[in-house]
Every structure is written in C-alpha cells, then in structure tokens.
Design a protein around this ligand. Structure first.
Ligand SMILES: [Zn+2]
Ligand SMILES: [Zn+2]
Length: 88
C-alpha cells in the first residue's frame, strides 16, 4: 500500500495521530479521534495506518518499518504482523 506521498504506508492495524507521537486514536463509531490534539478522521482512513513508514525500529531479532507515531508507541510490537511459518 502506498499513500499520496509515494512512500510505503505504515499499515499497522491501529490508528495513531500523525501529529502526536505515540498517541493512539480513540475509535467511536465510524470516527477516530486524537484526545491530545482533537483531530478526527474517519476510522477507515486510519486503520490500517496510512502514515508514511519512515523509521526503522528493532527489538531483538525483530525489525519493522513504521510511521513516527507508531514508532513512539511503546506497545506497538503487539501490532506488527510477523511473517509466520506457514508463509515460508
Ligand atoms: Zn493528535
Ligand atoms: Zn503507523
């Protein structure tokens, strides 16, 4: 998936605010909102995460390329879809 900037999108299955690093969006019906800055989006526009995946993060043997806001989220590894044995 690519976004308008031509960079690969982050794609994690959870909305985060691109302006507030690490701020998860609160989903209410069809709308997701950031409690820190008050910005809102239609939920379908933020899940999977559409923001540019511009940072690489590593944890032990794992690595992922995510947006800056997901990279600041301490628990985002739970959201990273790992290649599984059956995909090999
Ligand atoms: Zn925000
Ligand atoms: Zn993201």
């Amino acid at each position: 998936m690519k976004n308008a900037t031509g960079q690969p999108a982050c794609g994690l299955r959870s909305g985060v605010c691109p302006d507030c690093a690490g701020a998860r969006l609160v989903v209410s019906g069809d709308e997701s909102s950031c409690l820190r800055c008050g910005r809102r989006w239609p939920t379908r526009d933020t899940d999977p995460c559409p923001w540019p995946a511009i940072i690489y993060v590593h944890s032990g043997a794992r690595s992922a390329r995510v947006c800056t806001s997901h990279g600041a989220l301490s628990s985002f590894w739970e959201l990273v879809v790992e290649p599984t044995e059956r995909d090999k």
